[in-house]
Design a protein around this ligand. Structure first.
Ligand code: KG4
Ligand code: ZN
Length: 341
């Protein structure tokens, strides 16, 4: 079993996780979200500076929570992309310095793959292949995962906004603040999901023929903004619930179709939007009906964290994948095909 320390700095969370093989020992997160809220989105320079300031304390706290010393660490893993370049470089520099000083291997890992890898923690499941619905602030895809570290096929992706981005944009239109996912989730619990029938992007028969597993949320965003402008006495909770229902419905319909058509009865839902309470409950209802094994990490491991990075590093070690070079750099636009640097 390898003791792996994982560092995540791709956006506004400075996060460090420690795992021992598949066992989660520590997961410490310091977020700079409050410093960005008044701008309505993450300001890259502000995020980078916050990472630099928070990093030493977050590492110390994680070691403390795990009850281990720095010299016990067997390997260091770090998000090397995709993400904000300045923010990524703070994490990569910190991880490189640690690996160099400790004379231990360094693994630069893909942030998106790490979101899925966290599902393996504290479990012994080996269910591959799986269909994975990966839904975050910057990405939304349906993937066929044969081996997360070496063999992932992208079945479909968003052709415009990511699911999380749609939550963030609609929250802004509704004056609910940033980030939008958690506030819309909360509002929606007080509303009627069937109050307005908002459009489900790329689900018409004509669209399905070319975009069977692709998503589009820009038409939905326009429809919600128009509804709000034309309905001055609208109830926020009903709009939030109806919008959320449209997103969740289309995410699940396409993911479950991918499971059925590929004959794969395992579905993993990962990324920040997987923390959504309606997505989680509707997924479990629909998967139960279709006899599909559903796995969704606990909510606090769905949004960005260091444990997911450590989990993917640990998986790479278990598969004998060679470490990255010190000085590996970062790739802000890395695709899913680059899993370990
Ligand atoms: O994976 P993540 O933490 O960061 C990225 O890699 O992008 O995802 C962040 C996204 C944000 O857009 C946020 O609004 C959304 O996840 N999110 C949610 C919820 N919690 C976070 N969306 C819907 N419901 C939630 N409860
Ligand atoms: Zn993420």
């Amino acid at each position: 079993m390898a003791l792996v320390l994982g560092i995540e700095t791709s956006c506004d969370e400075t996060a460090v996780g420690i795992v021992d093989g598949r066992k989660l020992l520590a997961n410490v997160i310091s977020s700079s979200v409050d410093q960005h809220a008044r701008f309505g989105g993450v300001v890259p320079e502000v995020a980078s500076r916050a990472h630099l300031e928070a990093m030493p304390q977050v590492i110390k706290q994680a070691l403390n929570d795990a009850g281990v010393n720095l010299k016990d660490i067997d390997a260091v893993a770090v998000t090397a992309g995709p993400g904000l370049i300045g923010a990524l470089l703070i994490g990569v520099s910190s991880a490189s310095a640690l690996a160099l000083a400790l004379d231990k291997p360094l693994y630069g890992v893909n942030h998106l793959s790490a979101h899925i890898a966290v599902d393996q923690l504290d479990s012994d499941k080996k269910s591959v292949p799986t269909i994975s619905l990966l839904v975050s602030g910057g990405h939304s895809s349906i993937l066929k995962v044969n081996n997360l570290a070496t063999d992932v096929e992208v079945m479909g992706s968003t052709i415009d906004d990511a699911a999380g981005e749609a939550f963030d944009k609609i929250a802004r239109v509704m004056g609910l603040g940033f980030p939008g996912g958690p506030v819309i989730d909360k509002q929606a619990q007080l509303g009627d999901p069937n109050f307005v029938e908002f459009p489900r992007g790329l689900t018409s028969p004509a669209d399905q023929s070319i975009h069977q597993y692709n998503f589009s949320f820009s038409g939905l965003k326009t429809a919600v903004a128009r509804y709000i402008a034309q309905t001055p006495d609208h109830k926020k909770a009903d709009v939030a619930a109806s919008f959320q229902e449209a997103v969740v419905d289309v995410l699940l319909s396409k993911s479950l179709a991918a499971c059925q058509e590929s004959g794969i009865d395992n579905l993993v839902i990962a990324g920040g939007v997987a923390a959504n309470s309606r997505l989680r409950s509707l997924a479990s209802q629909r998967c139960e009906k279709l006899k599909i094994n559903l796995s969704i990490p606990p909510g606090n491991l769905c949004t960005d964290n260091g444990a997911m990075v450590a989990a993917l590093g640990s998986m790479a070690i278990a598969q004998g994948i060679r470490p990255s070079q010190i000085g590996l750099g970062a790739d802000s636009a890395a695709s899913m095909s680059r899993v370990i640097w």
